[in-house]
Write a protein that binds this ligand. Structure first.
Ligand code: AMP
Length: 173
């Protein structure tokens, strides 16, 4: 089963995606997580994506579609994918048709997360994520240990107020 989660940054997609994937026997594909790992490892993809991400801007569509196409060819997605954070633009939606077809898939459902901006700002301002496994937490401080893997919780650079405002503007556009 292949499911796409759609909605504003901070709406809860990253919290629900692993739960949904586990119950379906599928794997999560979160483009933000893939990009953050690439930035940390300093790969060519990471070097390309970093400046867009730090500002809260979108990484170019062709880069994103390449990331998704490559990932879906991996065996871990053989039983299905829960797509989190993609698609975000019309060209990505159009390109996704081609990418899914190329990997012999159809989309079974799109889940839309509907949440107002005040809640988004409140959630993201108090969010930390595990720097190792990327699990998001609300109401936990940076420096604490991740419940899942013991990694260190950190604040994301793009969860600061200016970047949050920009990400919401980018989402609306
Ligand atoms: P997220 O973890 O989904 O909030 O994504 C973090 C950042 O990664 C975004 O603000 C973008 O800079 C980049 N990103 C993730 N997914 C996409 C996408 N589908 N299209 C463009 N940029 C993306």
């Amino acid at each position: 089963m292949n499911i796409l989660l759609f909605g504003k940054p901070g709406a809860g997609k990253g919290t629900q995606a692993p739960k949904l994937a586990e119950s379906l026997g599928a794997a999560t594909l979160a483009t933000g997580d893939v990009l953050r790992s690439a930035v940390r490892e300093g790969t060519p993809l990471g070097r390309k994506a970093k400046e867009f991400m730090d500002r809260g801007d979108l990484v170019p569509d062709d880069v994103i579609l390449g990331v998704v196409g490559e990932a879906l060819a991996r065996p871990e997605y053989a039983r299905g994918a829960v797509l989190d954070g993609v698609v975000r633009t019309v060209p990505q939606a159009e390109g996704m048709h081609r990418v899914l077809k190329a990997s012999g898939r159809t989309l079974d459902a799109v889940v839309y997360f509907d949440i107002d901006n005040d809640h988004i700002v409140e959630r993201l301002s108090g969010r930390t994520v595990c720097e190792k496994c990327q699990t998001p937490y609300t109401g936990r401080n940076a420096g604490e240990a991740c419940d899942k893997c013991g990694g260190t919780l950190v604040r994301r650079k793009d969860d600061e107020p200016d970047a949050i405002r920009n990400r919401l503007k980018v989402y609306e556009a």
